[in-house]
Ligand binder design. Structure first.
Ligand code: MIC
Ligand code: SF4
Length: 645
């Protein structure tokens, strides 16, 4: 039996475990990436592990999230720490201004056939190059930098069979929005989404990266395209053709599931508030007044994306409607520089678009919050409530084509109404200038790591006690996001300061949550399905741990968040019978007695006593032996240190 792409990469990187459905596998990681908002923790953890130098083929530290440096020293201190720690431990450092990690990594470093682990959920962007690229918490990335394996559950592989060719004004974003419409934000959990079929040939690498990027919104382990002639062309244009290798599924490869998408039939799509899977055709909600249009983010800020916007303004002789604001955040310095050189930037400025820095910017709530009750159209990947900074605003996710058409008219517009499509081809040569990527020091002893006051101590925790008890501090519905747990935006600058950042926990739902949790001496959280979806931020586990949260009891969990909870010694537990969700109310006193013994003895179900109601509820854990040992040790840092000793 032939192999699919996922199986081929797994076979080449497997260091432990069994390649069989549901089993845990350890994978060798070739490259790692971090960004500043998760990176400070990752490097503090790397330092705590006591390894001299990274052991990967390549590790890169990017600064792209917290670049504003407003209102204080915090961001700047983080940048200095990141730059010096990178230099000392053998990590390349992409300076602020060089661009968003996923865009830059695609341009300059990603390699077909390799594995990439990133402390950011959109790391699968590099799947557009045929890489097995996965998001994880910072601690998992730190361990991979130290040469440790990354563990995944052997995934199911879904073939997305593409036929036909995208029609004018329809683009890669519409492919992934259509998939989100069909599969939903939990449709990809435990799965790798592999693209194949004739339709693949018509998509460039940046288009493929738009699609794999937003596979994160499906909850997938990762998404991947074959590496073919288009991949070679892209790498050649980036002057690194030698990084190319051919990679495709064997003709008789088997898949667990198949989804067919005919690109010919696809129309411009739009995700409506407040989830990326609330998708419909643009034509169905056309005409709605728009207050803001934002183009950029790691999903849609490539050279062709931005040139399409620029060329639409220019060829149609149109400008930004006076009824709205439009911003552009180029994905990388390469993109911005090329737009500057070819006049595209001038078209955007003339049209009245506001040009922002090459960074995440509004996507992570750093500026450009929409007006109260406003409608914001964004080419981004997430529209969770409040993420934009304005809770009452509705964020809609669209392609650059829909964004520019709507920016011109002032209302949600199907771009096909604009007439001839100014098709922008991928350049045959990109402008290469890596001068903002700093190589690490040859002699680490010459580097002094700079730590400002924002670099707080890592919180620690002891071994798992045999009894856990406490109140149900909060009860939540399905699809709780990490933005609900530990919001970004104005809180983002405290990512290196867990005591301070912990004040943000569930603050959007109850601003006193952190005080109540602390006063109660910690307790439990109850959630519905897909708890912890979204970002890879391990702070969504680390800060609750700091507040004394002992366990999260939910119907199901998102992959990265579940791993993060285990890594920080919080028990993710699921209801054996999902209907028991109704058996616990907020405020109920809960107890897990003999929990450590139960885990040690290999018990698969755990009994939870609801002392308030005088009832018992059966919970399942589904942990592997490694996860049990990690939890018993009080988290991965303790576990890794104990193993090293
Ligand atoms: C996001 O898009 O939510 C982020 C900010 O990039 C996160 C990482 C973080 O929280 O720092 C992600 O996607 O993992
Ligand atoms: Fe940055 Fe937004 Fe991409 Fe996250 S999703 S990496 S915040 S651009």
């Amino acid at each position: 039996m032939g192999k699919n792409i996922t199986q081929k990469i797994i076979d080449n990187h497997k260091v432990s475990g069994e390649a069989a459905p549901g089993q845990e596998l350890g994978l060798r990681i070739d490259q790692t990436i971090t960004q500043d908002a998760t990176g400070t923790m990752a490097y503090l953890q790397f330092e705590a592990m006591g390894v001299d130098r990274v052991k990967t083929d390549l590790s890169v530290s990017y600064v792209d999230h917290n670049t504003l440096q407003y209102g204080g020293f915090e961001n700047a201190d983080d940048h200095r720490y990141l730059q010096t720690v990178a230099s000392k431990y053998g990590v390349y450092f992409s300076r602020p201004g060089n661009g968003i990690l996923h865009q830059v990594h695609l341009e300059r470093f990603g390699k077909p056939g390799g594995t990439l682990l990133g402390s950011d959920s959109h790391t699968p962007s590099s799947g557009g190059l045929g890489m097995m690229a996965m998001g994880a918490g910072g601690l998992d990335v730190a361990v991979a930098m130290g040469g440790g394996a990354f563990n995944i559950t052997y995934p199911k592989v879904v073939l997305v069979n593409l036929t036909g060719k995208l029609q004018p004004w329809v683009s890669a974003k519409d492919v992934i929005l259509e998939l989100l419409r069909r599969l939903t934000v939990k449709g990809g959990v435990g799965k790798v989404i592999e693209y194949g079929g004739e339709g693949v040939k018509s998509l460039t690498v940046p288009e493929r990266a738009t699609i794999t990027n937003m596979g994160a919104e499906l909850g997938a382990t990762t998404s991947i395209f074959p590496s073919d002639e288009n991949t070679r062309k892209f790498l050649k244009a980036q002057k690194r053709e030698s990084d190319w290798m051919e990679l495709s599924a064997d003709a008789d490869a088997a898949y667990d599931e198949q989804v067919d998408i005919n690109l010919d039939e696809l129309e411009p799509m739009i995700a409506q508030p407040h989830m990326p899977d609330v998708v419909c055709k643009v034509s169905e909600i056309e005409g709605m007044k728009v207050d803001q249009v934002c183009v950029g983010s790691c999903t849609n800020s490539s050279f062709t994306d931005l040139m399409t916007v620029a060329e639409t303004f220019k060829t149609k002789g149109k400008t930004v409607s006076t009824g709205l604001d439009m911003t552009i955040s180029p994905g990388s310095r390469q993109v911005l520089n090329m737009l500057a050189k070819n006049g595209g930037l001038s078209s955007l400025i003339e049209a009245g678009a506001r040009i922002l820095e090459t960074s995440c910017g509004p996507c992570i709530g750093n500026g450009q919050s929409p007006p109260s009750g406003g409608v914001s159209l964004r080419t981004f990947n997430r529209n969770f409530i409040g993420r934009s900074g304005t809770k009452s605003a509705g964020v809609y996710l669209v392609s650059p084509e829909v964004a520019v058409a709507s920016a011109i008219t002032g209302v949600i517009t199907d771009p096909r109404k604009l007439g001839a499509y100014p098709k922008v081809a991928m350049p045959s040569e990109f402008v290469i200038d890596d001068s903002m990527i700093l190589a690490p020091a040859d002699d680490p002893s010459t580097v002094e790591i700079k730590r400002g006051p924002n670099i707080a101590q890592l919180p620690t925790q002891g071994e798992l006690p045999n009894k856990l008890s406490g109140k149900t501090l909060i009860k939540l519905e399905d699809n709780v996001t990490t933005d609900d747990i530990t919001p970004a935006g104005t809180w983002l600058k405290y990512r290196s300061n867990v005591p301070k950042y912990s004040e943000s926990v569930f603050a959007q739902i109850n601003e006193h949550f952190h005080e109540e949790a602390k006063n109660a001496g910690g307790g439990f959280v109850v959630g519905g399905d897909n708890y912890g979806q979204g970002s890879s931020r391990e702070h969504a586990a680390l800060c609750p741990m700091y507040l004394g949260i002992k366990g999260i009891i939910a119907k199901s969990f998102a992959r990265i968040h579940k791993d993060n909870l285990v890594n920080f010694g919080i028990l993710p537990l699921t209801f054996s019978n999902p209907a028991d969700y109704d058996a616990i109310d907020q405020g109920d006193e809960l107890e897990l007695s003999g929990i450590a013994d139960a885990l040690k003895n290999g018990s698969e179900t755990i009994t939870l006593t609801n002392k308030t109601k005088g009832t018992e509820v059966a919970l399942s854990h589904g942990y592997t032996q490694r996860q049990i040992d990690t939890i018993l040790a009080g988290g991965k840092l303790n576990y890794t240190k104990a193993q090293a000793a």
